[in-house]
Design a protein around this ligand. Structure first.
Ligand SMILES: CC(C)(COP(=O)(O)OP(=O)(O)OC[C@H]1O[C@@H](n2cnc3c(N)ncnc32)[C@H](O)[C@@H]1OP(=O)(O)O)[C@@H](O)C(=O)NCCC(=O)NCCS
Length: 235
């Protein structure tokens, strides 16, 4: 009996280490999520006006996308959108969620990677430039959603007048669990550390982070190049 069990264990560990692992990876982490992701892109392109997805995009898992008729959502070429629990490895909330209200605009450049990211544009414009990498569970929103004062009206006063556009420059890397608030510009090539709350502008070519995010140190001039290589490695 023991011999049979041992034989079974050896056989199982051999198979488990090779064939099923690869098949599992191929089907459940790549093909099936990519099928649903592709399907969601086709679906949104059909049902919504002013939604454009560029060439050679890859989307793993369904995106949640909602837009008002007057708003626009543009996603450039070679997008890498990870909206699936298995594919977006370290994310807890893995869905990518894109919401555009009123006549707002969400413009995402070429070669941008979104991992479980939520982007909400209520009145203004959110621009994410080429080559930017946004880590898991990041929230980007151009609005406070409620006005601060008076307290008794908070729930009903949307505070539209405080909404401000957001611009995230080329080759920025935003670490996981960050929040980017209204009116912020992040300069190109900068890196935002994990868990940061960005509420004021961040200059180009710096490491910045914390709550509220502040510049921690300058980064090398070719830091953007390093990040492009990094981005290729994780794709
Ligand atoms: C951005 C990051 C890569 C920088 O790493 P690094 O170059 O090794 O930076 P260091 O650890 O040398 O830290 C430099 C400074 O930033 C500070 N810092 C680093 N991470 C920080 C954070 N999350 N919040 C606040 N400060 C932070 C350090 O305390 C240090 O400050 P000091 O010089 O006063 O001691 C790293 O901080 C990080 O956030 N990693 C997670 C990236 C991520 O989210 N990956 C998910 C996949 S996209």
């Amino acid at each position: 009996m023991r011999k049979v069990i041992n034989l079974f264990k050896t056989l199982f560990s051999k198979i488990n280490g090779h064939l099923p692992g690869k098949i599992y990876e191929l089907f459940f982490i790549d093909l099936i999520p990519r099928f649903f992701g592709g399907l969601s892109i086709v679906f949104y392109s059909i049902i919504y006006r002013n939604v454009w997805f560029g060439k050679n995009g890859n989307c793993w898992g369904r995106i949640y996308l909602w837009k008002s008729p007057e708003s626009s959502i543009i996603i450039g070429d070679n997008a890498r959108i990870m909206s699936d629990f298995l594919r977006a490895g370290i994310a807890i909330y893995s869905r990518v969620k894109i919401t555009a209200f009123a006549n707002s605009k969400i413009i995402i450049g070429n070669n941008v990677a979104l991992v479980g990211t939520s982007i909400t544009c209520r009145m203004t414009r959110i621009e994410i430039m080429d080559g930017t990498l946004i880590g898991p569970n990041t929230i980007i929103i151009d609005s406070d959603v409620h006005s601060v004062w008076p307290p008794e009206n908070r729930i009903n006063t949307p505070g539209y007048e405080n909404d401000r556009p957001i611009k995230i420059g080329k080759n920025v890397w935003i670490g996981m669990n960050s929040i980017i608030l209204k009116g912020v510009t992040i300069g190109e090539n900068s890196v935002i550390t994990a868990g940061s709350l960005v509420k004021t502008d961040i200059p180009p070519n710096v490491l910045a982070g914390g709550n509220p995010a502040r510049v921690i140190k300058p980064l090398g001039v070719d830091s953007g190049k390093e990040r492009s290589i990094f981005q290729e490695c994780i794709m």
